[in-house]
Design a protein. Structure first.
Lengths: 287, 287
């Protein structure tokens, strides 16, 4: 029987019936049906199909040790956040998750509470203080708080090898006996996702800006609890309502108060004026 | 408003409303809906999403001047043939089309009618004779017949640089005053699509064999007519009912008769026994 518009999808789904792994069989069958559904709906010309092949090829070839353009594509198509939402359904008050992003590619250096992760010192100082607690409010001593962020010009250290000290903007902190953490940094800035690859071309073609609102990344983990991958967003930052990767959640926005008190500044080891953000992280117990 | 499972797809579709090109806007809106539909159906874990990102990345990185792994992926998912079917809807008796395939990457050398495209001479000789006509049966003098095929070991010249003479298995012929063409070659063999990349891994994981039935590729063009990209398949070849790229059409299968007549062999300039295939190509007038 010929492979025609009528028989095509069933034929491809049937070709996967010998797949040993039932989950892979399910995924590929669904992929064939949805992918064919897309093709049937848009009825691409061969030139359009070739452009799609060329775009996907260029996206793969733009990836290297420091850059993951397919994650970026997944991000700007809202797929990453949709996968995140599906995997974090919950009806609790636990801290919400958001995208990991492509820049958690190197291990954060372990640092002492109160240390700075800003190895450059050219921007506005910022202090982040917080606590890690369980759903019932009990503090979680020894919780691990992994943070990373862009510098005050909007670049991560791995984007500027040689231009920033390695580990700039990164730190792995261990909470004290009361589950508290605090560290110094630079006030984060809004920044564009990388635009010099195929995904940047897609954003240009669709009239979308490439910016993300100012934020600090967190992965917080504690014994007996589910870790959370999330951000703290800076209240009032530009692009909070049009994040290029759809990652903003209202519950993750915090005031970064400006503090112009020399005594408080001295207590944290920074110069006044500085910004101060408070972030309590609530973890769900492991299932 | 937060990006949630409920709002995700609308938010991404809405992000494309500023796209200047209405066709691109349509395609991306459809892509977002079908891609999200796939994600919602299979509910991938993060590990599965990472494997998908890794697979797509490896597919892009496997591409080079001689290899197009994304076309191969499109082929084994039936997408290429579906695009072909959509673009060649017709209710006529014109010759049916099938996939271009990834090996038409170099121009076929112009050759004289009767020349051989087999520059090696180790396999069974084959003669292909035919005619190019219009829908009404009128011959099309001067029609261009571009042919390419694998050698008797199942490899195209571009797959074995240094191993085969460049242009082996390829020829561009010009039909005579009666629209006739004829050339010598080697009897084609079934062969596997390249299995040493991500697509080969996909076939292995799904228990699918990588073989294509024996065939010769054709692109036939004539003034005032729509060109056709197609194959001739060898009747009786293995895998006619399970082509790895879903490209077989019954109307394109021809007998490759074994001829053991020294006079006929001498007339075509081959050794007996040889195989003889006849292929009449019917082109539709340009719209």
């Amino acid at each position: 029987m010929d492979f025609t518009e009528e028989t095509a999808t069933d034929a491809v789904v049937a070709s996967f019936t010998g797949t040993a792994d039932p989950r892979l069989r399910e995924i590929l069958g669904s992929l064939a049906r949805h992918l064919h559904g897309f093709v049937r709906e848009v009825e691409p010309t061969f030139e359009e199909w070739e452009r799609a092949v060329g775009f996907l090829t260029a996206t793969g070839q733009r990836c290297d040790d420091q850059r993951q353009e397919f994650i970026l594509l997944s991000d700007v198509l809202g797929v990453t956040m949709l996968v995140d939402a599906i995997n974090h359904r919950k009806a609790t008050e636990a801290t919400e998750s958001t995208v990991l992003g492509p820049f958690h590619m190197v291990a954060s250096p372990p640092r002492e509470l109160g240390d700075t992760i800003d190895l450059v010192g050219t921007g506005q100082p910022c202090v982040v203080t917080g606590r890690v607690v369980s759903l019932d409010g009990a503090p979680l001593p020894g919780a691990q708080v992994d943070v990373w962020q862009a510098d005050d010009h909007g670049f991560y250290d791995v984007q500027q090898p040689g231009g920033q000290p390695p580990g700039n903007g990164r730190g792995l902190f261990t909470c004290d006996d009361e589950g508290r953490f605090w560290f110094r940094t630079v006030t984060p800035s809004a920044y564009p996702i990388p635009t010099d690859g195929p995904v940047g071309g897609l954003l240009t073609a669709t009239g979308r800006h490439p910016y993300r609102p100012a934020h600090i990344h967190f992965i917080v983990a504690a014994d007996g609890h589910q870790p959370v991958t999330t951000h703290v967003f800076v209240a009032g930052s530009q692009y909070l309502d049009s994040d290029a990767v759809f990652a903003v959640k209202q519950s993750l926005i915090r005031d970064f108060d400006e503090v112009d008190d020399p005594d408080q500044a001295a207590a944290y080891g920074v110069q006044a004026p500085f910004r101060h953000a408070r972030f309590e992280v609530v973890l769900q117990p492991s299932p």
